[in-house]
Design a protein around this ligand. Structure first.
Ligand code: ARG
Length: 453
């Protein structure tokens, strides 16, 4: 077709020129509709890149991301611009809870619900719980354990704008040994198989090869993170929080398989031996960490493993035990771990173990997540440290530092405001007045977004 090479060259050049015209036209169309620019005036900004506040700052938001953060004196706000006036308030990054169960309700506890509710109930719960969590100022969660694949679908529903909620880092069902914390114990043989055989396929694993299969299956269906159950638990029946469940070899398999696929692993672990084997196996975060000993603390420091300790839970569980008719076995186990968990958390903090904020919301009501800040400060953290556990450190743990966790140019415009200084009294975070996620306002009790210049 081409008589000589130069003709081929010329044709290619013409094609290139043509596509340049086309893409130029598209660029022009895009340029005529730039993402809306919003100027957020922050009286006091905690951007979570340090422990300090800065006064009188303006954040320039273009579309869903932050374009610029600068001193008010240096950022010109054009006449007619859209302004969010938080000039009397304290502005922080949207909070991140690294341990939630958005599928679960906390206003009832009865193991029999497991055989009464269909999976649809979890879906309804998720819609309500996601909204409550976002309204409380949590623009991100890592959801750690639900029926397959609730959290993956929830992430999709929220990301597509169908329902309001936090950004979700999704796990599948927690991987458990037979008879372990994630199994349905206390029923006659066979009941659990009648219920959700598919769920058991994804969650119950004995031996490294079954763990490998469960991890691979979960990844196939879209999870972002793997949750495993290293030890027994409090709110399960027939097992002991202090006792190791998955073996070192099983946990090593989970860590290796997940890491190969670019996923992290979170291990529920109350007991000291289970914690240490999980850390040695390369698990990325220890959830609960209640009975950790000095050797475990040293190991976590050496490996850079995060501790995600739900140290508010004890109040709620024991406070509601009678009303909910919580079985004596669970009450006794909670009494055994509750106080020790807080004391051991303080030791880990003092030793410099990395801490990320995570509450096990779902055990207590969604939306009350921030009640845990009080305990994190009471047990050894500074208010700034506790806030960074729920922002910059949380984003690091969940692998979202590129997009979330601090207020800097390039990150998502996920921010909240409170009307008093959280560095003086961290409890002010229990009453968040303003919530923006991805540049969109989801809560504005202050009328801050009404100000248009
Ligand atoms: N999901 C956890 C378990 O059942 C809750 C532990 C709550 N207690 C506590 N003190 N953090 O083991």
């Amino acid at each position: 077709m081409f008589r000589n090479p130069s003709m081929l060259c010329r044709s290619l050049l013409a094609l290139a020129a043509f596509s340049a015209v086309i893409s130029g036209a598209f660029a022009q169309a895009a340029a005529s509709a730039p993402p809306p620019t919003v100027y957020v005036k922050a009286g006091h900004l905690f951007d979570a890149t340090s422990d300090q506040l800065r006064d009188n700052v303006v954040l320039v938001i273009e579309g869903e991301r932050i374009a610029k953060v600068g001193p008010a004196a240096q950022v010109a706000i054009p006449a007619g611009a859209t302004v969010v006036d938080l000039s009397q308030d304290w502005v922080l990054p949207g909070l991140i809870d690294c341990h939630t169960h958005l599928e679960s309700r906390a206003d009832k506890y009865d193991p029999i619900n497991e055989v009464k509710d269909t999976p649809f109930m979890g879906g309804f719960n998720g819609v309500v719980n996601a909204r409550q969590t976002l309204q409380a100022g949590f623009t991100g969660v890592r959801d750690l354990g639900s029926q397959p694949f609730f959290a993956v679908d929830l992430r999709r529903a929220i990301d597509s704008g169908y329902i309001p909620g936090p950004r979700v880092v999704a796990s599948g069902p927690a991987i458990s040994i037979t008879g372990g914390h994630g199994d349905m114990n206390g029923f006659a043989p066979g009941v659990e198989n009648m219920m959700y055989p598919a769920e058991r396929d994804f969650a119950i694993a004995d031996g490294p090869e079954q763990v490998r299969h469960a991890v691979r299956e979960q990844i196939k269906y879209g999870v972002d993170v793997i949750k495993i159950l290293a030890t027994g638990g409090v709110l399960s029946l027939g097992d002991k929080p202090g006792a190791e469940q998955l073996t070192y070899e099983e946990m090593k398999m989970a860590a290796d398989e997940a890491h190969r696929a670019g996923r992290k692993v979170a291990a529920h672990a109350h007991g000291a031996e289970g914690i240490k084997d999980a850390v040695r196996a390369g698990i990325d975060s220890i959830e609960h960490g209640s009975l950790i000993d000095q050797e475990g603390i040293d190991l976590m420091k050496a490996h850079g493993t995060y501790l995600v300790a739900d140290i508010y839970n004890d109040d709620y569980i024991l406070g509601k035990a009678i009303e909910f008719g919580l079985p004596k076995e669970n009450v006794d186990k909670e009494k055994m771990v509750g106080r020790l968990q807080r004391e051991n958390f303080a030791k880990a903090v003092a030793a410099g173990v990395k801490i990320a904020f995570g509450t096990d919301a779902g055990v207590y009501p969604h939306g009350d997540n921030a009640k845990q800040f009080h305990y994190m400060v009471k047990f050894g953290m500074t208010p700034a440290g506790a806030i960074r556990a729920a922002t910059s450190s949380a984003a690091d743990l969940i692998d979202r530092s590129k997009d979330e966790g601090t207020l800097e140019a390039g990150k998502y415009a996920d921010l909240i405001a409170v009307t008093a200084n959280p560095l003086d009294r961290v409890e002010v975070l229990e009453h968040v007045s303003f919530v923006m996620k991805g540049g969109k306002v989801y809560k504005d009790e202050l009328g801050a977004a009404q100000a248009v210049r």
